[in-house]
Design a protein around this ligand. Structure first.
Ligand code: SAM
Ligand code: ZN
Length: 418
C-alpha cells in the first residue's frame, strides 16, 4: 500500500507502513518525512553547485551526473532530477525499493529516454581507464539529454565502478564504510549524511573510534565534535585517492550530521586538506581548549590555566566547515524555490553562515551555572565580548552556544558584569 506525498515540486509514492513518528530501518521501503528540510537544502545546494560547474566546465546541465547511492523511495535523487534538471542514477540494494523508485520515475515523467541498461554496461567498464577521468559520461547525460536511471546493487559496487560529478550518500547510521568508494567516485562534489550521532559525538566512544579511527569527546560541544570528526574522516578518505576536500556547507541538526564538500583533484590539494586536520586538548575544569594542526602532534595533558588533566581528541577537522559566499547563494536559491521547509532552511543556513570559523563553541549556560548566576540575553553578552576586542558569534548548534576567540575566564568575567 502506497500513499502519494509531495516535497518541493516532486510527487513520490511512499509505503503507508512508514510511521512518521518512528522512522524505521525495517519499513518495506524507508521514507522519513522529518528529513524534508535536509532534502530541501540538498536541492538548493545541488542547484547552486551544478550551475557553477556547468558554467566553469562549459557543460550542459544535463551532462552533470548525480548518484543517489542509497535511494530508498528515490525521493532525494528524484527531487534533484526534477527540481535541478541534472542526470541522476537512483540506487538501492533492495529490490522492493528499486521497484518503487521505477514507479516514482514514471510518475514524475522522468523516464530514461536512452533506454540504457546500466547494470549490463557496468560489466564492460575498464576500471583502469576510468581512474583519472574528470567527468565520466558513461550511460548518462549523452546528447544534452537528461537521464534518470534506477539501479539495484550495493552502493560500493556502483561507486567503485564509475565516476559521477556529484555523489550523495545517505545510508542508515554511519557513512564510514562507504566513504572510500564515495570520494573515489565523486569528481567534483560530495554530500554525506551521518545519523550515528552517538558514536560520532563520543557517547558511544569505542564505536566512534572503530568507525572513524578518531577519538571523539562527549561534552557540551559534542555536536560540533561529531561534525568535525566526520569531516576529518572524509578528508582522510579523500587523501587516499590524491584528492582534497573543501566543505561548502555543513551542519549538525537534531539526530544527524550533513556535510557538503567540493572535491579537489590532485595530490597538492590532498596535502593542503590534511593540513586542516589536527587535535584538540580540552580542560573539563576551566573549559579552556587548545588545538594543534598535524597528524603527529604532542599536546601536554596538563592545563596551562588551571593545572587539571586535559582530554585529548582527534584527529578531526579544524578548518572552516562552510563558505560564506556559497551559503549566500544557497540562501537566495532556497528563497526562490517553492519549498515547504523554506523558513527553517533559511534560518539554518543563515546561522551557519554567520558562525565564526573557530573550533569549538562554549555553552553560556555552563558558565552561568559555574558562576551561579542566571543566563543573560545572548546578544548583549556577545556585544560586550566584541567591545572588548574579541570575535563573538552565535552558532547553528544550539541557542545557548557561542563562538569566540576569548579565553573561558574572559567570558566568565564579562558574564559577571552583565
Ligand atoms: C536512510 S535510507 C535512504 C533514504 C533516502 N535517501 C531518503 O532521502 O529518503 C537508506 C537506504 O539505503 C539502502 N541500503 C542500505 N545499505 C545499502 C548498501 N550497502 N547499498 C545500497 N543500498 C543500501 C536501504 O535499503 C535504504 O533504502
Ligand atoms: Zn584548565
Amino acid at each position: 500500500m502506497y500513499q502519494l506525498i509531495k516535497e518541493g515540486q516532486t510527487e513520490v509514492y511512499v509505503p503507508v507502513d512508514n510511521d512518521p513518528d518512528i522512522p524505521s530501518a525495517s519499513a518495506s521501503v524507508f521514507y522519513n518525512p522529518a528529513m524534508e528540510m535536509n532534502r530541501d537544502i540538498n536541492v538548493a545546494v545541488t542547484s547552486v553547485y551544478a550551475k557553477k560547474l556547468a558554467e566553469r566546465k562549459g557543460f550542459d546541465k544535463s551532462q552533470i551526473t548525480y548518484a543517489d547511492a542509497f535511494s530508498a523511495s528515490g525521493i532525494r535523487g528524484l527531487r534533484v532530477a526534477k527540481e535541478v534538471g541534472i542526470s541522476v542514477v537512483l540506487n538501492d540494494w533492495k529490490e522492493e525499493a528499486v521497484s518503487l523508485i521505477q514507479k516514482n520515475i514514471d510518475h514524475n515523467n522522468l523516464q530514461n529516454n536512452l533506454q540504457n541498461n546500466l547494470q549490463n554496461n557496468l560489466q564492460n567498464i575498464d576500471y583502469n581507464n576510468c581512474q583519472n577521468n574528470d567527468l565520466d559520461h558513461q550511460n548518462t547525460g549523452h546528447d544534452n539529454q537528461q537521464s534518470v536511471t534506477a539501479t539495484c546493487m550495493g552502493a560500493d559496487k556502483l561507486l567503485h565502478s564509475r565516476k559521477f560529478a556529484i555523489v550523495d550518500i545517505d545510508p542508515f547510521g554511519t557513512p564510514a564504510p562507504y566513504l572510500d568508494s564515495a570520494v573515489s567516485s565523486a569528481s567534483f562534489f560530495l554530500g554525506v549524511t551521518a545519523t550515528d550521532t552517538a558514536p560520532l559525538c563520543g557517547a558511544h566512544l569505542k564505536s566512534g573510534m572503530r568507525k572513524y579511527a578518531a577519538v571523539p569527546l562527549n561534552n557540551e560541544f559534542h555536536s560540533e565534535m561529531g561534525l568535525r570528526i566526520l569531516i576529518g574522516t572524509i578528508a582522510r578518505a579523500a587523501s587516499k585517492f590524491d584528492k582534497g576536500i573543501r566543505p561548502l556547507f555543513s551542519h549538525a541538526t537534531r539526530h544527524y550530521v550533513r556535510v557538503y564538500a567540493e572535491v579537489l583533484n590532485g595530490a597538492g590539494h590532498a596535502d593542503k586538506t590534511l593540513k586542516e586536520l589536527g587535535f584538540l586538548a580540552w580542560c573539563p575544569q576551566c573549559r579552556n581548549s587548545e588545538t594543534k594542526n598535524g597528524l603527529a602532534v604532542f599536546m601536554n595533558e596538563e592545563c596551562s590555566v588551571c593545572g587539571s588533566n586535559r582530554k585529548i581528541s582527534g584527529p578531526l577537522w579544524l578548518g572552516a566547515f562552510k563558505d560564506v559566499d556559497f551559503c549566500n547563494e544557497v540562501i537566495s536559491e532556497v528563497e526562490s524555490l517553492p519549498l515547504n521547509k523554506k523558513n527553517d532552511a533559511v534560518k539554518l543556513l543563515t546561522a551557519c553562515r554567520d558562525e565564526a570559523d573557530i573550533p569549538f563553541f562554549y555553552d553560556q549556560h555552563i558558565f552561568c551555572e559555574t558562576l551561579k548566576i542566571s543566563a543573560p540575553p545572548m546578544e548583549p553578552f556577545l556585544e560586550n565580548l566584541r567591545k572588548a576586542g574579541y570575535v563573538a558569534t552565535r552558532t547553528h548548534f544550539s541557542g545557548t552556544s557561542f563562538k569566540t576567540n576569548a579565553a573561558a575566564e574572559v567570558c566568565m568575567e564579562i558574564l559577571k558584569e552583565q
